[in-house]
Design a protein around this ligand. Structure first.
Ligand SMILES: [Zn+2]
Length: 178
């Protein structure tokens, strides 16, 4: 930490104190601890590691602070590789999310497909009954399946249309985001 303070132009007294770079003050309350033990300001309460100092003083993110320290002190740390690792993990996460989304879409497609065919089967059953159990003469009593078909076929047709529209809307959406 003292080396870093010198590098950025802050002179420390023998006890390792200087005026705080993070707040304005007349006397030095900023203590740079030996080695890499960081800093503490007894005036403004700021404290932390060398990385924290660079983040606070230069207003950098953690990542950018690492890059700056690496550059300023010619440390030659493989920060690039570490960032690549992060990138790699991020890409893995994105690919996982894409797969999950694709599976969700596949499941939705299957559900819509199965809803459609269920609606179709029901409509076909009622339509068959309506024709097969229709009275042949005006005197013939009405078959219960014929009555049921008459009662329910409009609803079944409606359900079938809805399922068809839902399936169509899905196809339209699906073709927009491949
Ligand atoms: Zn301070």
């Amino acid at each position: 930490m003292p080396e870093m303070m010198l590098h950025y132009g802050f002179e420390l007294d023998r006890a390792g104190f200087c005026k705080c770079p993070l707040h304005s003050e007349k006397s030095g309350s900023f203590k740079a601890y030996p080695g890499d033990r960081g800093f503490s300001c007894f005036g403004c309460g700021a404290h932390g590691s060398v990385i924290d100092f660079v983040m606070l003083y230069f207003g950098l993110s953690f990542k950018d602070a690492l890059v700056k320290i690496n550059d300023d002190f010619s440390l030659g740390l493989p920060i690039g590789e570490k960032l690549d690792r992060r990138k790699q993990l991020e890409m893995q996460r994105q690919s996982f999310m894409r797969k999950r989304e694709m599976n969700a879409r596949k499941a939705e497609k299957e559900r819509l497909e199965s809803d459609y065919w269920a609606a179709f089967d029901e409509w076909k059953r009622l339509d068959d009954n309506k024709r097969n159990y229709a009275p042949k003469t005006p005197e013939e009593p009405l078959h219960p399946l014929f009555v049921e078909a008459l009662k329910n076929i409009v609803g079944a047709e409606y359900n079938l249309s809805c399922a068809e529209i839902a399936r169509y809307e899905y196809e339209k959406r699906d073709s927009r985001n491949p």
